[in-house]
Design a protein around this ligand. Sequence first.
Ligand code: NOJ
Ligand code: CA
Length: 693
Amino acid sequence: MKNISLLIIAVLISILGCCRQGEKVSIVSSPSDKIDIKFFLSETGSPVYTVSYNDELIIDSSGMSFEFQDQLPLNNNLKVYEILRESVSEEWEMPWGEQRMVLNEYNEMIVKIQETEAPKRKFNIYFKAYDDGIGFRYEFLSQKEVDTIIIMEENTEFNLTGNHDCWWIPGDWDIYEHLYNDTKVTDIDAISKRNHYGLAQTYIPYNAVNTPVTMRTEKGLHISFHEANLTDYAGMTLKVDKENLALSSVLVGSERLGYKVKRELPFFTPWRTIQISEDAAGLIESNLIVNLNEPNKLGNVSWFTPMKYMGIWWEMHIGTKSWDLKSGKHGATTENAKKLIDFASKNDIKGLLIEGWNTGWEHWIGFEDREGVFDFVTPYPDYNIDEVVAYAKDRGVEIIMHHETSAAPRTYDKQLDTAFALMNKFGMSSVKTGYVGKIIPKGEYHHGQWMVNHYRKVIETAATYNVAVNAHEPIKATGIRRTYPNVISREGLRGQEFNAWAMDGGNPPNHIANVAFTRMLAGPIDFTPGVFDIKLPTKENNQINTTIAHQLALYVVIYSPIQMACDLPENYEGNCAFDFIKDVGVDWEQTKVLNGEVGDFVTIAREERSTGNWFLGSITDENSRDIIINFSFLEPGISYEAMVYKDAANSHWNDNPTEYDLEELVITNDMEKTFHLAEGGGLAISILKYPKN
Ligand code: NOJ
Ligand code: CA
């Protein structure tokens, strides 16, 4: 393990009083000089920035301003009174992650600004230029006789320089569970492209997208817009002005409170980020989002270890079991739990999620008055929690706690301490939370400041109990896992569950080829891969729209420190493909994105931390294709024993999804090999350095 090194290359250089309105342009360039951010004040004294890549503009002159309650907007008559600069090159270690060491290298420019007229308010803009993109944020400073400010809107603009190809989901204040659309910017139509079924969603009346939103320019440059360190602030959507090829921030609001953000002065906003890469693969390898977050505040989190897990879960989604005791087909019984524990233990799967164990489910979906309904400590009578936990412990399996809040966060908040104390009593180190439905109180949204603060409180409270959190229906990932490494994973996309019940036929074959270059840039995903019974016999109009080899590849393509083997034991039993799930790692020394195009295909290889084994996953959309894999990422001079799980000659996501071929290979780092992926297919390879006998 390398030592963390911190190298401040240049100290602060202060340039005082040199900037006259409308004239002076200040520049900060990335360490390799490829990316430039320019800042200047317009003739009327309003802030403007541009971004270029290899001297070509990618963000044209874009404004930055705010509207407040009880204060004049902050958007003109400004002067720059000081500029500070700093360069940083350091490495930090991920306690678990896609890689062990992360290089955090950037040049920063802090622009200090003041109004030229009364009330002469001051604020700062921080710009950071990295080689994989840029970030900027605002700092609101103390004001005389003002403790708190209320932001009615933030107007950060991103003016594009072309009608790029764009991968987007509609702006939604409640849910990110939409299918990705692939259109030109001028064809973004977020209002008619809403395709969420079943859970809460918010139809915002204007054409906006959620972030991350990814684009490809005509010249093939890839850019993705998002935010980092979303703390005590509202989530950002981006409103699309198709005529002017412009995006501008629209914060998620609160109809209950009538504003977007309320903060005590002074404070920082989240970072507004643009990841930039010449190829699509580079977007996935970018560490911009975590780098723009604060270092680990929790110290040693070895009480959580990355793991694979199974669950009393899929049976509920395919309808053969229910969360609800009164349904007559209750899934979370002591007996079922023991069966699953036996299977997990036999197959070296460390975790077992049990949903529907606690009282309240009889009032779940469709029940309006959800406040006070769920209880996070009382098991249903057919589930003996003491017995299940003891049985699991004896067999080396850990029970994963489940807290469905039904979007009644105040009910959950009240029980946080007792709920986490119960987990401590049973030695449970992680919880899956859920927020299905419209938020109570009415007028609050999943992605507004009030909920951002709720999600954070859960994380901070959980941390004091050594509990790790995997939130479903979450706020988007913005790299907070760096600061709070008990934030292990989250949903925040259309997960596997949609294949079981979505009325639109589920996730299409290209879903993860879209997700890998959009949602996954934000952080780990609890997608719950691994369905082998692809055609879902109990669900007439639903199926998985991929081959089995594609399902296997997802364990490598999708990053998460927890990965579910979501299918039922009987569908794994006796199927050799399950060996890949048993073998595949969940915690990585390094990650290489070998190739990919947004929405089409992607191949990722990851080296397991503890063993030096590599695992490779490749997926394609609805088109079959040949993928050339160059194994030069392997250590030279070593013969690796590989097991290849690949689509059979006539595999097809719809016509023949369950057939796959196995191939044993000896692989060395000077090899290159072509593999065929079927329509909706995939490829998974375990490349073992010290093979088991
Ligand atoms: C939605 C979640 O995404 C799913 O995983 C869970 O089973 C249900 N809510 C119930 O909490
Ligand atoms: Ca969900």
